[in-house]
Design a binder for this molecule. Structure first.
Ligand code: GRF
Length: 203
């Protein structure tokens, strides 16, 4: 069973897509154990609360250093029995100690077809501006494992969308976001099924 902590900073539409898939029984081997945000007003916390899920605000700003911040994240994850982390619009870098403790157990959604159009600074509208400027005719969304570098870990699943003539960063972003809401639940389902069939039982 994947006991998932979702980390987000914004509206939480990707989290909502995953939660809906679980609630509809599409992902029987996964549950949301915790939602964490660095932004106390983030929509993602509101969605968690509306679904009676633990919704926790934790930010580096509340801590004197990264070590104590990471320690608090890790003890919180442990308290809720979390064995998997899904970043969904999380705009901060995950502390190295957390990446190390959850090696190959953290995934992220990126609004482009990695390995292109990824890396530091490549988030939000900057991604779509770069794709349009490149003349690419195809973009999409990527679910990938998280390691110490931005948008760099092994790819789990991708879904493509066309870049249409006259697309603006906003129109392309909307098309990609719809693909994100399909590919993220599918990726989580695949990982959960692999875990069940492989007998790989985690803590
Ligand atoms: C999405 O565009 C995603 O690609 C990026 O941040 C945004 C998250 O939006 N990582 P939401 O908070 O899931 O609605």
């Amino acid at each position: 069973m994947l006991n998932i902590a979702v980390f987000g900073s914004g509206a939480g539409s990707n989290f909502r897509a995953i939660l809906t898939a679980i609630q509809q029984g599409d992902i029987p081997d996964a549950r949301i154990s915790l939602v964490l945000s660095n932004n106390s007003g983030a929509g993602i916390l509101g969605i968690a609360r509306a679904n009676a899920l633990p919704a926790i605000h934790l930010s580096q700003k509340q801590f004197p250093d990264e070590r104590s911040f990471a320690g608090t994240i890790l003890s919180t994850l442990s308290e809720y029995g979390v064995n998997f982390i899904a970043l969904a619009g999380y705009m901060k870098q995950v502390p190295g100690a957390v990446v190390a403790a959850y090696r190959n157990r953290i995934v992220n959604i990126h609004p482009a077809l990695l390995p292109r159009f990824g890396g530091p600074g490549m988030y939000g509208t900057h991604v779509h501006e770069a794709v349009i400027a490149s003349g690419e005719k195809v973009s999409g969304a990527t679910v990938h494992y998280v390691d110490e570098e931005y948008d760099h870990g092994p790819i789990v699943l991708q879904r493509t969308v066309p870049v249409l003539p006259g697309d603006t960063p906003e129109s392309l972003a909307a098309r990609v976001l719809a693909a994100e809401h399909e590919v993220y639940p599918s990726a989580i389902r695949r990982i959960a099924e692999e875990e069940r069939t492989s007998g790989h039982h985690t803590a």
